[in-house]
Design a protein around this ligand. Structure first.
Ligand SMILES: Nc1nc2c(c(=O)[nH]1)N[C@H]1C(S)=C(S)[C@@H](COP(=O)(O)OP(=O)(O)OC[C@H]3O[C@@H](n4cnc5c(N)ncnc54)[C@H](O)[C@@H]3O)O[C@H]1N2
Ligand code: MOO
Length: 341
């Protein structure tokens, strides 16, 4: 990109390398033309009136694209489902969510885009819960023009990736709770799991339509999971997830579903279990930390389930990076590093 000095009348189609200021004594002082502006035939008279005989400009080659056009193009490449792009300003285009939901970023494609010369694209962290109208990504080029072949490369990355930035709306899931623990079942202690789980489910648009309190008995737990799975979209089973003689919940879950992962690299949440029934109904085993800790692995995995994702073993393992809660007092989640791997 080379700049040169040209006569005003020869500047049509070139790009200004600097702002041009207009001063009307006693009235105004401001920018009449912006750096990056593409000079048109209609601009010539005004430029002359502003006392300009020469301009410092960039002469666009045939394969050069103006920064604003490049920004618009990149915005289109980035924006997947439920995402809309703003108008460009100094080539920057912002992307906004059009729904409440879960941000999904194809991180590999995002990194590939940023390896292209002059391209900048950044997003909120993958799997952030976002609101309708929230800014979720921004893109621009480093000024003032960009080579067309770079945009072709960007388009290729998008085609191979499918979508790069999208927002998955939360499904109105019917959730079943199977709350284990003989002490709770017998009324020796008051249940604390139901309100915590209900709040987390309802916050994401779901409804608790089945609740069963059961003793630490493998057969009883198993039959209640089956009952819940028959009428719900997701089953959450709490308690009895560790090592006591009475902790039979993982066995009960494993007897009716396929366990994807028992044990997770998230603290709190080490004794978490993720499983699926034959018909793909998710069954989630939640250790007791899910009741007393403000945030746990459940806050990282459940939104993905509610957004319709099928959780794989690798997804749980990848939570290790960022999976350590700092235990801040007071808790700042989600404005913290938890789950931000
Ligand atoms: N030796 C080891 N002990 C524990 C380990 C370990 O690795 N080695 N892991 C710890 C971790 S991590 C967690 S988390 C807990 C998991 O606990 P459980 O899911 O087995 O929970 P319970 O034993 O059933 O209960 C613990 C505690 O919470 C009370 N509880 C349970 N459900 C309810 C409810 N619905 N309402 C109110 N209170 C409830 C229960 O009465 C117990 O007091 O294991 C660690 N141990
Ligand atoms: O599963 Mo315990 O799960 O770390 O607090």
């Amino acid at each position: 990109m080379k700049s040169k000095k040209v006569k005003v009348e020869d500047a049509v189609g070139t790009i200004l390398c600097h702002d041009i200021t207009e001063i009307v004594p006693g009235e105004k002082k401001g920018r009449a033309f912006k750096k990056g502006h593409k000079v048109t035939a209609e601009d010539i008279d005004k430029l002359r009136r502003l006392g300009k005989n020469h301009l410092q400009v960039i002469d666009m080659d045939k394969d050069d694209v103006h920064e604003d056009e490049a920004g618009i193009f990149l915005g289109k490449i980035l924006a997947g489902r439920n995402v809309e792009a703003s108008e460009p300003s100094e080539s920057r285009v912002n992307l906004f969510s059009t729904v409440n939901g879960l941000l999904k970023v194809n991180v590999d494609a995002l990194i590939a885009l940023n390896t292209l010369d002059d391209v900048v694209a950044s997003t909120l962290p993958n799997y952030t819960i976002v609101g309708k109208g929230e800014m979720i990504a921004g893109t621009k080029v480093t000024p003032l023009t960009v080579k067309g072949n770079i945009l072709k490369e960007a388009d290729k990355i998008r085609r191979e990736a499918g979508e790069i930035v999208s927002v998955l709306p939360f499904k109105p899931l019917k959730a079943g709770l199977v709350i284990t623990g003989t002490e709770v079942y017998k009324g020796l202690i008051k249940d604390a799991f139901r309100p915590v789980l209900t709040e987390k489910i309802e916050r994401l648009g779901g409804t608790v339509t089945f609740v069963s309190f059961v003793p630490d008995d493998e057969e009883v737990i198993k039959s209640k999971i089956l009952e819940a799975a028959a009428e719900c979209d997701v089953v959450l089973v709490s308690g009895g997830m560790a090592v006591d003689a009475d902790d039979v919940t993982p066995k009960a879950i494993a007897s009716v579903s396929e366990v994807i992962k028992y044990g997770s690299p998230v603290l709190p949440g080490a004794m978490f279990l993720m499983a699926y029934m034959k018909d793909d109904t998710p069954v989630i085993g939640i250790p007791a930390c899910g009741m007393y800790a403000k945030v746990t692995i459940l806050d990282l995995v459940y939104p993905r389930v509610a957004a319709g994702e099928k959780i794989r073993k690798e997804d749980i393992i990848r939570l290790a990076n960022g999976g350590l809660c700092r235990r801040c007092e007071p808790c700042h989640y989600p404005n913290c590093s938890f789950g931000r791997g």
